[in-house]
Design a protein around this ligand. Structure first.
Ligand code: DHB
Length: 408
């Protein structure tokens, strides 16, 4: 087939791009390796920034986020069993919404398909060609094994943190910024009601824990663990005892317990690809950058990429259609100039990406214990914690970053 934009990856970044392009009369087709059911069943973070919710609502995809999501006007930070509430509304006038990312995916996939959008699930052997020319294409085998080809003016690589598309940016053009962490998260889902009205991010001498939520009957929690942990080595009782210890005594907050129905270890890393474009390719979401989970920035950052990208794609296509004959490399109208809006997208998006990289890295270091650290490190962190919770300026920094900076 032939469309304006071919999209590799049918997660939230790819689907949101496809839907917003369609709102501007730009056609798109999406290919995805996994099945729709697999993506929907994969547990991801559950906090949406205010600008993310606005995008869902403005694009008329988002009524479920408002009816089934829960607005959180603040969160609790806990250090050695002492709790401080950060009041987002009072500090920055914004809230976040608790609405699981796999539901965001479901809403986007449902909308795209209901609107007749082209999407191929469970494809195999995806390859991209022609990025340096003017007719790039995605080739793949569809779910029935039939070879297929989608020709486009532009390819969006939205294929997640193990992206193949970012590797299409040649090594001498691409800089990979990367850092790793000496810990991971142990995530559980359990059959328990919420422990507290808001999320609790806690640090203690035995490390980090997060009490999140899903609904009245199911709770999501995480605690810091060694990256090599085998989830089966932890009994339900041992997990709850440990999390209760991180939170402090039952007089501080009594953890609600229940049968554990899912246990997974989540890796931690930070990654940025620079630039986010090459020839007729642009990257969006995890394909271009990965953050550690603390603060739940991943999907929100993918949406801010899309917000910056869609108008630049429209500008690129307009330039293409009004420009000189295609393939004419002459000064003033050649391919290098045509892709200028895409390079502007990369620069704009990377500014926000690095802000979020900083916040995710900072919140991670504020809230986790490094293996083998000394007593000084823990007390220093307590000082940092009090610098945040003990002043309106510190609290505002946290609230502004956590709820999603208002500007692009
Ligand atoms: C959740 C995950 C996060 O990483 C976070 O910071 C907050 C909530 C969650 O899964 O609910």
């Amino acid at each position: 087939s032939r469309v304006d934009v071919g999209i590799v990856g049918g997660g939230p970044a790819g689907l949101m791009t496809a839907l917003l392009l369609k709102r501007r009369g730009i056609s798109a087709a999406v290919v995805e390796r996994r099945s729709q059911e697999t993506i929907r069943a994969t547990q991801r973070a559950g906090i949406l920034e205010a600008p993310t919710v606005d995008m869902l609502v403005d694009a008329e995809i988002g009524s479920r986020v408002l009816t089934e999501g829960h607005e959180h006007e603040g969160t609790v930070l806990s250090f050695d069993g002492v709790q401080h509430r950060i009041d987002f509304q009072a500090l920055v006038g914004r809230s976040v919404w608790l609405y699981p990312q796999n539901e965001v995916f479901h809403d986007l996939a449902t909308a795209w398909q209901a609107e007749g959008g082209e999407i191929h699930w469970e494809v195999d052997g995806v390859a991209v060609e022609g990025l340096e020319g003017d007719t790039p294409a995605i080739t793949f085998a569809d779910a029935a094994g039939e070879p297929r080809r989608i020709e486009a003016e532009l390819i969006v690589g939205a294929d997640g943190s193990r992206s193949m598309s970012r590797k299409l940016i040649p090594d001498d053009v691409r800089t990979d910024y990367f850092t790793s962490y000496p810990f991971a998260w142990f995530g559980i889902l359990c059959e328990a009601p919420p422990t507290a009205p808001e999320l609790i991010y806690a640090n203690s001498e035995v490390g980090f824990a997060l009490i999140s939520q899903r609904n009245e009957d199911i709770t999501r929690m995480y605690f810091q663990c060694d990256p090599d942990t085998d989830p089966e080595d932890w009994s339900d009782d041992a997990i709850f005892e440990h999390i209760q210890q991180v939170l402090g005594g039952e007089d501080v907050v009594a953890l609600k317990r229940g049968r554990i129905i899912d246990k997974t270890v989540l890796p931690f890393r930070s990654y940025v690809c620079d630039p986010l474009t090459y020839g007729r390719l642009v990257l969006a979401g995890d394909a271009g950058h990965t953050v550690p989970p603390t603060g739940a920035k991943g999907l929100n950052l993918a949406f801010s990429d899309v917000r910056a990208l869609v108008p630049r794609i429209e500008e690129f296509l307009t330039g293409l259609r009004s420009g000189p004959a295609r393939g004419d490399g002459s000064a003033g109208g050649g391919p290098a100039d045509l892709t200028a809006p895409l390079r502007r997208y990369s620069a704009t998006a990377l500014d926000r990406v690095w802000k979020a990289q900083n916040f995710s890295w900072w919140a991670t270091n504020l809230l986790h214990r490094r293996p083998g650290e000394d007593a000084f490190a823990h007390q220093r962190r307590r000082g940092e914690f009090q610098a945040i919770t003990g002043s309106v300026h510190g609290q505002s920094y946290f609230a502004d970053s956590y709820t999603g900076w208002a500007e692009v």
